[in-house]
Design a protein around this ligand. Structure first.
Ligand SMILES: *Cc1c(COP(=O)(O)O)cnc(C)c1O
Length: 394
């Protein structure tokens, strides 16, 4: 496992108060122990298989590929997981770890509600108390996900500070974690935050790339030329990328949300347009003003709407191991429709960013090249939003 000290080059670390630092040390110690413990790994594998439904397929999208008219596009089908996205991989891993540590209570933050639902699901499965912090504004926007979490037995606490969105929910969760660390575990939803969260989330998501690597060798008899994934905080992307890190012939592409365009202030492309700074206790490329306060960000996809990005992606960028590109709201919407029509698969708006870039890339490449695109989630959750956008244009 790379970078156990919590830094990826200059990025990462744990810029937190002393009391939180102590709590994080305990989490680190437990994680590094259990991630090598055979019983833990066997149990994790059992739930990955029989509960999440892994391994999910690596699907050759023949119609989409022919429509693009170039390279072969394969889709890693994270949309077929229980609960419909990759987030459950991490939620199950962290809640299982919390159980092993003897914790009695789980807390989580959520923006759009996807991570909250995944965590509430894992807590129902492992019969452990669950509290989810969510900005009051987000609760109104995502009332269906609030209801889902409550159905699953979780308590959703409205956060009324600041802008009443994701950042404030993270702050509330961290507060709770420090106060109740004795019996409480904080399940973080992406490959961000202070050490050890980025490596922990990466390890629980790496099952994506491990499967994809095996599957492409079976289907094509060789490694892919490109692997592509959307980047919000960066968990589905690092999960796909990490097992290919040493395969230097495989080109890695992360796709950020360009929103209304990189030349506007309405985007969330932390790597393409950000500067180095500290957010939520770790160092990364981030969209901040001169005082280090994060600026409002925008994406059509709620799950990509974050002003920072995982430290390992910053390192991939800095060392040129990966390339980071950006796709606009409009391009993502087109890909959302295109995949639905050509393959009968409605992708999440987040994943539509990766699809859009995959198609662009395929068009430029000859037919014998191979691209793997991570289909991080299904689009049912986005259908009403897209319907309203299409209706408003009639
Ligand atoms: C949350 C989410 C994302 C973005 O999160 P990452 O940590 O960058 O993976 C992408 N796709 C889907 C379907 C999501 O729910």
């Amino acid at each position: 496992m790379k970078n156990q000290d919590g830094y990826f080059g200059e990025f990462g670390g744990a810029y937190v108060q002393e009391d939180l630092g102590k709590v994080l040390k305990d989490v680190e110690r437990a994680f590094l122990y259990y991630i090598k413990d055979e019983d833990f790994l066997r149990e994790l594998e059992y739930y990955q298989k029989d509960y999440i439904g892994r391994a999910n397929p690596l699907y050759y999208a023949k119609n989409l590929s022919e429509n693009a008219g170039g390279a072969k596009i394969y889709l890693k089908r994270e949309d077929l997981n229980h609960t419909g996205a990759h987030k459950i991989n991490n939620a199950i891993g962290q809640v299982l770890l919390a159980k092993k540590m003897g914790k009695k209570r789980i807390i989580a933050e959520t923006g759009a509600g996807q991570h909250g639902v995944a965590t509430a699901t894992a807590c129902a499965l492992f019969d452990i108390e669950c509290t989810v912090y969510m900005g009051e504004v987000d609760m109104k926007r995502q009332s269906l996900n609030v209801f889902r979490m409550e159905l699953l037995g979780a308590k959703v606490i409205p956060v009324t500070k600041g802008r009443k969105t994701l950042k404030d929910a993270v702050d509330a969760a961290l507060d709770d974690f420090v106060k109740n660390s004795e019996d409480t575990f904080y399940v973080l939803g992406s490959a961000v935050g202070p050490h050890p969260y980025p490596i922990m989330v990466r390890e629980f998501q790496s099952v994506i790339g491990e499967e994809a690597r095996k599957q492409i060798l079976e289907k094509e008899g060789r490694l892919p030329d490109y692997i592509v994934a959307c980047v919000g905080g960066g968990s589905n992307a690092i999960g796909l990328f990490n097992p290919f890190y040493d395969d230097k012939q495989v080109k890695i592409v992360g796709v950020e949300p360009a929103g209304l365009g990189l030349d506007t202030n309405e985007h969330a492309s932390s790597i393409s347009k950000g500067t180095t700074g500290i957010i939520h206790g770790f160092k990364c490329y981030t969209i901040q003003d001169k005082n280090g306060d994060d600026l409002p960000v925008h994406s059509i996809a709620a799950g990509l709407d974050y002003p920072g990005v995982g430290p390992e992606h910053c390192y991939y960028k800095k060392t040129s191991r990966a390339e980071y590109v950006a796709i606009t709201d409009e391009e993502a919407l087109e890909a959302f429709s295109l995949l639905s029509r050509t393959e009968g698969i409605i992708p999440a708006l987040e994943s539509s960013h990766a699809i859009a870039y995959g198609v662009k890339l395929a068009k430029k490449l000859p037919k014998d090249k191979v691209i793997i695109v991570n289909l991080s989630g299904r689009g049912d959750k986005d259908a009403i939003q897209v319907k309203e956008i299409f209706n408003s244009r009639r």
